[in-house]
Write a protein that binds this ligand. Structure first.
Ligand code: NAP
Length: 325
């Protein structure tokens, strides 16, 4: 990023006390708190405004909505609430950050330069998907990457889950509360999951395993939803169809943290490292993190929203300490 003196004259420079990167539940909650605290935050949307909730359908586990609420509607309302108190939205992506000096520098894809006394990283994470056209076509029509969110919709019907790690086992066990049968589809003949979760899954009478199998296609159509999966046995090449009405993809998540590499401490798996457990502080004073960008464990909208609030409070205290309020 250019220094202040070298800056391209065509680029706009935006000064603020707090910049929030990301527009999921963590970013919006941080913005609501910060805006109400008169910090006049600037929130940069990112690639997928509204975050992961914009690709889910009904959200039934966010408190305050007893009838449930559509994910995109929930995010739109959060945005309106942040706007009401004076959040400035930048509809762009951050392409580069410079946390070496204060104010911190953030460059957007529209070439604006944001100079912020404090930053909240709320860039989230993305579920890994198989990359099949049928998977994309049936997303939210039986294909899901979150059993906790969507398992409830599959009462007394067979479902499948793809993956062999801890998440897949936990979600398979969770799904047995609703589904008539849960088939775990794994590409090898040995699970990656911890022994305890493996044993629990193997002992559950509702769980079956399709070993050494990959999903070649998800069957169904957007009108009627998922009807099954076509499996390919990696050892024999044999194809077979498995009947199910839901397919849960549990092959891992990737935090959206690449632009922070070299600027703050990241864990080996790419998640932002919290410098002081129980806070939202990163190793750079003035840079905070909220939501899935630092959370490989809970990954829920409500936990992300809670940590967004915490990050805004941490940022406020930091700004008070450095006399920038
Ligand atoms: P993970 O451990 O990376 O497991 C991903 C699974 O998906 C693996 O079995 C992998 O197969 C499979 N996979 C990856 N790409 C695939 C593809 N393209 N097609 C088919 N299968 C594919 O991810 P995770 O289960 O989400 O866990 C992430 C981290 O969170 C782990 O450290 C885990 O221990 C932790 N976690 C812990 C708990 C708990 O302790 N209760 C609960 C959830 C998660 P291979 O095995 O062949 O590589």
């Amino acid at each position: 990023m250019n220094s202040k003196n070298e800056q391209d004259s065509s680029s706009e420079e935006i000064f603020c006390k707090l910049a929030i990167i990301g527009s999921g539940p963590a970013g919006y909650s941080a913005a609501i708190y910060a805006a109400r605290a008169q910090l006049a935050p600037v929130l940069v949307d990112g690639m997928q405004p509204g975050g992961q909730l914009t690709i889910t359908t009904e959200v039934e586990n966010f408190p305050g909505f007893p009838e449930g609420i559509e994910g995109p509607v929930l995010m739109h309302r959060c945005r309106e609430q942040a706007a009401r108190f004076g959040t400035r939205f930048i509809e762009s992506e951050i392409t580069k950050v410079d946390f070496s000096d204060s104010p911190f520098g953030l460059q957007t894809s529209r070439k604006e330069i944001i100079r912020a006394s404090s930053v909240i990283i709320a860039t989230g994470a993305q579920a890994r998907f198989l990359g099949l056209p049928s998977e994309r076509a049936l997303m939210g029509r039986g294909v899901s990457a979150c059993a906790t969110c969507d398992g409830f919709f599959f009462k007394n019907v067979p479902v499948a889950i793809v993956g062999g790690g801890d998440t897949a086992m936990e979600e398979a066990l969770f799904l047995t509360r609703f589904a008539s049968k849960v088939t775990v589809i794994h590409r090898r003949d040995a699970l990656r999951a911890s022994r305890i979760l493996q044993e629990r899954a193997k002992q559950n009478p509702k769980i079956e395993f399709a070993w050494s199998s990959t999903v070649q296609e998800i069957l169904g159509d957007p009108a009627s939803g998922v009807t099954g999966v076509r499996l390919s046995n990696v050892k024999t090449g044999d194809l077979s169809d498995l009947e199910c009405q839901g397919v849960f993809i549990a092959i891992g998540h990737e935090p959206s943290t690449k632009i922070f590499k070299g600027q703050i401490d990241l864990r080996d798996d790419g998640y932002v490292r919290i410098a002081e457990p129980g806070t939202t502080k990163t190793n750079v004073p003035g840079v905070f993190v909220a939501g899935d960008a630092a959370d490989s464990r809970y990954r829920q909208a409500i936990t992300a929203a809670g940590s967004g609030c915490a990050a805004a409070l941490d940022a406020q205290h930091y700004l008070e300490e450095i006399g920038s309020l």
